[in-house]
Design a protein around this ligand. Structure first.
Ligand code: AMP
Length: 115
């Protein structure tokens, strides 16, 4: 089900460079290469999970807790605590283009006008 030949797997093993925001034993957070907000960062688990369903069903609980702690630490590091979105596209129909679970963190002043 998980295909190791995806771009985030290559980032995790150092084959493709990234602009790291936050890193620990469980997660890697880095800037999106094609940002769609003033701040646009992706947080990924170091383990091999296709999407949020795979992750929440198959990742050990400590890994899941550590992932969300990584999201929190990334947001704090970015200084966007009071103004950000988290998005996890799931399935090609919903716009998931990389089949390694990831959460987008996006922050932009425009958000307050849109909502
Ligand atoms: P999604 O469309 O939800 O699967 O999100 C995948 C995201 O990965 C997109 O926003 C892409 O711009 C981003 N992306 C693809 N390749 C890279 C890369 N090498 N480094 C950083 N971000 C990337």
């Amino acid at each position: 089900m998980y295909n190791k030949d995806n771009v985030f797997a290559k980032i995790l093993c150092g084959q493709i460079p990234n602009k790291t925001v936050y890193s620990d034993d469980y997660v890697l957070a880095f800037y999106d290469v094609a940002p769609r907000a003033r701040v646009h960062v992706l947080v990924i688990p170091r383990g091999e999970y296709v999407d949020i369903f795979d992750f929440t069903q198959n990742a050990p609980e400590d890994v899941q807790v550590a992932f969300w702690r990584g999201v929190r630490n990334t947001v704090e590091k970015l200084g966007v605590r009071d103004n950000f979105r988290t998005i996890a596209n799931t399935g090609r129909g919903a716009g998931q283009s990389v089949m390694h679970f990831h959460v987008h963190i996006m922050s932009d002043d425009r958000f307050s006008e849109e909502l």
